[in-house]
Design a protein around this ligand. Structure first.
Ligand code: ATP
Ligand code: MG
Ligand code: MG
Length: 383
């Protein structure tokens, strides 16, 4: 059988491996961690650094096509692999997505509005920041995720201190917007430009980390959903993108929609597709990498996804961890438990998720509320 390769061994890589295996592929995972979630379930596991030339050569030797599961793969590593094998997404797309400055420039080029922002790479740019960007959020241009690398600032003095605290690395300052809600759209685009999309997801974040995703007819006003899909298609087309791409949006009280950021890979907000669609985002990732036809995923059930963070394993303020009461949530109808095989729970760490499906959104929501109560997650889930 053919082998597909993936750079990065986290949970997204693990779910890619599972989808690939179901279609008869062998897999090869490159990740420095010998115990990575994806590496543990893969046929081949190369544990070297992402820039290790020998490791990359081994991956290219094993795999007939290669994808990535996180955006911080050094783009030169992807370019190196692309000499020998098809790589999707391409280094050029990943290089844009992993740098907020280039990412925002791409959005603007595609005619999709961002939150007002300023690039801060020099002391001059810092001094020239317009007052109306405050209060704002200073985000490092590279390497942030789950709200890491972000600082809230209210005054020019706070901004200067925050930038200094980053060590003066390239950043963007974004105006802090009053959000009505957040949503995201996932598309899969093939080598030939064929593109399919999932229904837009409505997302709730807590402390900068995705907590809940809801997908059902009417989760988002129809016009706004259409706009988010159109914008996402334009962003993917503008990149000549091949693979699965997620774009996050903010919607303001007056209905204005602005793009936040993109992820050149399957996304946490698309995990619901594993149980509520006939094709998941990982199935489509396999197809884009393998050069197979795409078909539009059909949602067959309303869905609520609850993220399971490491905090759930801590019963009190001590460092003792206890496995949450899975049997009690699995006793509920339409509950699908996904755990990523991570052995050490840490606060804020993504350990798994629950997908809840059912005949209608009210039923799904009440099951989700029940599951949340059993696990000690904050209720109500929405807002
Ligand atoms: P991830 O990649 O894990 O989604 P990240 O670290 O790249 O997260 P962002 O997506 O930029 O971070 O921001 C995380 C969350 O913080 C957003 O989903 C939103 O809830 C809030 N946020 C970010 N920027 C703004 C803003 N300009 N105004 C208001 N809220 C914001
Ligand atoms: Mg991000
Ligand atoms: Mg984000």
């Amino acid at each position: 059988g053919a082998t597909l390769g993936v750079i990065g061994g986290g949970q997204l890589g693990r779910m890619f491996v599972h989808a690939a295996q179901r279609m008869g592929y062998f897999t090869a995972v490159l990740d420095p961690d010998a115990e990575s979630p994806a590496g543990r379930v893969s046929h081949h596991h190369i544990h070297t650094d992402y820039t290790d030339v020998d490791g990359l050569a081994r991956l290219a030797g094993l795999a007939e096509a290669i994808t990535t599961e996180f955006e911080n793969v050094p783009a030169p590593s992807l370019e190196n692999l692309a000499v020998a094998r098809p790589v999707a997404p391409a280094a050029a797309s990943v290089a844009i997505a992993q740098d907020r400055i280039r990412e925002k420039a791409h959005f603007v080029r595609c005619g999709v509005a961002c939150a007002p922002y300023a690039v801060i790479e020099t002391a001059e740019q810092l001094a020239a920041v317009a007052d109306d960007l405050l209060p704002g959020i200073l985000k490092t241009a590279r390497l942030g995720y789950d709200g890491k690398g972000q600082q809230r600032v209210a005054t020019p003095a706070e901004l200067a201190a925050a930038w200094e605290a980053t060590g003066g690395v390239p950043c963007v300052l974004e105006k802090r917007l009053a959000l009505d809600y957040e949503c995201s759209v996932i598309v899969a685009r093939g080598q030939d430009g064929q593109m399919v999309h999932f229904p837009p997801q409505r997302n709730l974040h807590r402390d900068g980390i995705l907590a809940v995703t809801e997908v059902y007819p009417g989760n988002i006003p129809v016009g706004q959903a259409a706009r988010a899909i159109e914008s996402t298609r334009a962003i993917a087309d503008g990149l000549g993108y091949v693979g699965v791409l997620c774009v996050e949006y903010f919607v303001l009280a007056d209905g204005t929609m602005v793009v936040n950021e993109m992820a050149p890979r399957p996304h946490n907000s698309g995990h619901w597709s594993m149980d509520a669609c006939d094709l998941s985002q990982f199935d489509l990732q396999v197809r884009t990498v393998a050069g197979l036809p795409l078909s539009t995923p059909r949602q067959h059930s309303p869905a609520v996804m609850l993220n399971l963070l490491g905090d759930l394993w801590f019963v009190d303020a001590s460092d003792t961890t206890v496995e949450p009461p899975w049997a009690d949530v699995l006793a509920l109808p339409g509950v699908h438990l996904h755990l990523y095989g991570k052995t050490d729970a840490r606060r804020g760490r993504k350990m798994g998720h629950l997908n809840i499906t059912g005949p209608d959104i009210d039923t799904v929501r009440s099951t989700a509320d029940f599951a949340a109560a059993v696990l000690g997650l904050p209720i109500p889930l929405s807002e």
